[in-house]
Design a protein. Structure first.
Length: 288
């Protein structure tokens, strides 16, 4: 797979030279590949939010480098500016950043800043609105008359309208009910499929990312101890628990069965995988 975003020896220190000096990232080597659906997971204060703010140039490294398509994003002011359009970042609770009088104007803010003509802005606004399930009628209304979940969709549409190659979402389902969670995750998956975009989903919920992403990166104390397919990462169940990251409940049950002496795969995290693991165990037992 071809890397699209990389960090090399990335470090970030807050409040340098003061009594409050704190290293949020320490020599981090991170890679996101073109077209992949990646999860970044870590507890509050682990450094995951600091990491993603480096990926689109919101924060400048204390040391180390960030590369987009093989070029340092800080090599020039223009390069940094272009990176912010190509790497879209949706913050946690993005609905608090809505400010225009209509939904249409809010979604069009990013594309207009890119200097696109009116026709192209209009196409992007309507396409982005369609992706997140907003109607033409809602585009003309005020964002402040919408529900919390709909406001979140407007905010996500505003970033999608810039058609970024990489879309980063920081806890996009925080505070939503189960129906809202499924809708937002469906919207993100639709964008991923339609544009072959790289999606980076940041979360502290193992349950959510486990069933959504292709690959997981674990951030802990400013470093990346584990990265790989979810099944590979969940093999480190005990270490993840010590980091304050609860593995999915299904994984926890199978780790317990393993600890009780059953020769069973402990890295499952979906019902389908659990069923197969039990069938495999019973088949082996029957064969003896």
């Amino acid at each position: 797979m071809e890397p699209i975003l990389e960090t090399k020896q990335l470090s970030h220190v807050y409040s340098t030279g003061t009594p409050f000096e704190r290293a949020a990232l320490v020599d981090v080597d991170f890679t996101a590949y073109r077209g992949e659906y990646l999860g970044i997971i870590g507890h509050t204060g682990s450094g995951k939010s600091t990491l993603i703010q480096h990926l689109n140039g919101l924060l400048q490294p204390t040391s180390g480098q960030v590369f987009l398509e093989g070029k340092d994003i800080w090599e020039s002011k223009e390069r940094t500016r272009q990176t912010r359009f190509q790497v879209g970042l949706v913050f946690q609770y993005p609905e608090y950043q809505l400010f225009e009088e209509t939904v249409y104007k809010d979604i069009s803010f990013g594309p207009k800043n890119m200097g696109l003509d009116e026709g192209e802005v209009d196409r992007r606004v309507r396409e982005a609105a369609h992706f997140v399930g907003l109607t033409d009628e809602q585009l003309q209304g005020s964002p402040f008359e919408l529900s919390g979940g709909q406001k979140r969709r407007v905010a996500i549409a505003g970033v999608i309208a810039m058609e970024p190659q990489v879309l980063i979402l920081d806890e996009p389902t925080a505070g939503l009910d189960p129906v809202g969670v499924e809708q937002i995750l469906g919207n993100i998956r639709d964008y991923h499929d339609a544009h072959n975009a790289t999606i980076i989903l940041v979360s502290h919920s193992m349950e959510e990312v486990a069933r959504t992403v292709d690959r997981l990166v674990v951030v802990n104390d400013g470093r990346i101890p584990f990265a790989g397919a979810p099944r590979e990462v969940f093999r480190h169940g005990e270490e993840l628990e010590r980091m304050g990251l609860g593995v999915p409940q299904m994984t926890r049950v199978f780790h317990r069965l393993r600890a009780m002496g059953l020769d069973i795969d402990p890295s499952v995290y979906t019902i389908a995988q659990a069923r197969q693991a039990v069938l495999d165990y019973l088949a082996r037992k029957g064969a003896r």
